[in-house]
Write a protein that binds this ligand. Sequence first.
Ligand code: SAM
Length: 247
Amino acid sequence: SGRLTIIATPIGNLDDLSPRAGQAIAEAALVLVEDRRHAQRLFQHLGVQPKTLALHEHNERALAPQMAQRIAEGESLALLSDAGMPLISDPGFPLLALLREQQLPVTVIPGPNAAVAALSLSGLPSDRFSFEGFLPAKAGARRARLSILSHEPRTLIFYEAPHRIVATLTDMAELCGAERPAALCRELTKIYEECLRDSLGGIVEHLSRHPDKIRGEMTLVLGGAPERDPEEMEADRWLTPLLEELP
Ligand code: SAM
């Protein structure tokens, strides 16, 4: 059989495309792309003109069986998304699930990923972390999710849109405390790359003074909830009900 090659592409700076990624794109019988016009920019940079097929959230479920069949019949396909690693808040999962089920070969050419880039830049603990992708768009659902996550001790990573970032940061400050450390990483690998390392409250205040910074592509890294000492927790278990009894 052929195989699927998952290929990471730049998250801004085209020079971050690896030579191996460029070669795999040039050699694939068919390149599955999220958006044809977007991919065209990359192909122009590489000077290649591969055959493409758009695979996005609206058709990926329907197309997966045909793509798996082409691989089973010996074709080598490539999968890339508009930016970074495919499948990370991007299309590809239905196809990968099917290839797994049919035991068809897959390989990956790893590379840029906004979440991991932001985590490494943030200065927050990187030994354990949880990638949360995009929060729900609706305020109620977003706050419900954040309220659960507010107790998470691992560092949390979110993708967020500029028009929602202030609302999200404000909700986080309310539910996790304005003092919780965070890092707002914008426009990574691009000309206006910036990483604001401050408390949630501090970042909200900074953005209110510099509304010009509420734009571009953003990844938010949130420090985890302070790990609580087991002895302190045990004490709380006894003390809280006792204190509630006091007049
Ligand atoms: N698959 C991509 C990856 O591996 O990073 C992520 C795709 S997701 C649809 C796009 C989101 O990633 C953006 O809305 C933003 O939150 C984040 N992002 C992408 N490029 C970025 C950059 N250059 N700087 C900061 N965040 C970025």
